[in-house]
Design a protein around this ligand. Sequence first.
Ligand code: EPZ
Length: 420
Amino acid sequence: MDKLIIKGGGPIKGEIKISGSKNSGLPILAATLLARDPMHICNLPHLNDITTMLALLRCMGVGITIDEKMCVEIDPTLLTECEAPYELVKTMRASILVLGPMLARFGVADVSFPGGCAIGSRPVDIHLKGLEAMGATIEIDGGYIRARAPQGLKGAHFVMEKVTVGGTENLLMAACLAEGTTVLENAAREPEIVDLAECLIAMGAKIKGVGSDRLEIEGVKDLHGCVYSVMPDRIETGTYLVAAAATRGSIKLRRTRADILTSVLKKLEEAGAKITSGDDWIELDMEGRRPRGVNIRTAPYPAFPTDMQSQFTAMNAVAEGASAVTETIFENRLIQIHELNRMGATIGLEGNTALINGVERLKGAPVMASDLRASASLVIAALVADGETIVDRIYHIDRGYECIEEKLQLLGVDIRRVPG
Ligand code: EPZ
């Protein structure tokens, strides 16, 4: 397995471009199954999760043509299989996002039941209950979700018992081709869902309440293709901002937006960062100051995002003063504190809250990534550690951070990838 070797140093400084959003690209690629003709999706990041989703569509017979800028032409009219196989779903649980569109378009969908992962059990019960409310019959057989709707889906009024990003995405996509009107209450409001809704509307869908927790979808007969460019990745944006803050540095991020991570920017200002932004850029400057520890409590958008929690835990580990980080979305997403403590951090755990006393510097050590965002926190920790840190199992990082070593080298970091 590849490793990253990082030599801790001083403040990072420089300018980089942000890639397209993984968590918007994945549902939008799934949504292409709804179209009656080819689509072009642009600004997709070069990430393992994106190539896995493309492999999944390809194994169903969908035509895929990729140009050098990762602009992808998808031809769903060539689809031959309505099955998402175990071999692919086990590597990326977001494969579940093909369930809703496949069922809505073809009346049949067999999707391998996605397992849990390092951060939690990740059930999909709300996805399935919503599709049943729309008239689907769902069976679990041999580890597969076997969904059928031979007469098509019917509009329904469905209240989601928990705020679920994937559940909202699956049901939103399915509702676009259901007969009649669907209302989704307690819907997730993440910017990636807004991006998906805007793509669906460009395909001819009729959706009201975009960005709110109540979505009203009037089903249509069919959806046409379109050309759509995926939004910037707000979590990659936040990750590099936190890296600059933790190292007392300064950074300018281009091809991104400030309006999609307001809660993160507010926390960085609370930590002492000076932040300015424009239509498609954000700049952060610590003016050489050590960050102050900030208290974090994760919750659904627009509150503080769980996908930024471990990065702030790493920053708090070297910040001034004490801080508390509470994870409310996933049951096992504070796992990175053990590796941070091995680097000299002083972090205690009480239930779902990490209690952190900031130290001046960490010490380089061999560490192991456990999931995508935890691995990002280890990279941030390595930047503010004396000596060398070896981050193992970095396939986790490659799922969500495009060209991470090139981007960090542009920021002055001594980092190299060693094939494992
Ligand atoms: C999406 O995962 C993101 N993944 C995650 O990002 C992100 O952490 C998460 O939303 C929360 O924002 C993608 O978009 C591909 P959920 P998802 O359904 O949809 C419970 C990353 O690092 N739940 O909103 O799987 C669930 O257990 C990844 O990029 C049910 O109980 O998350 C969790 O506690 C990690 N039943 C909570 O809801 C269900 O049917 C939120 O999960 C569905 C979810």
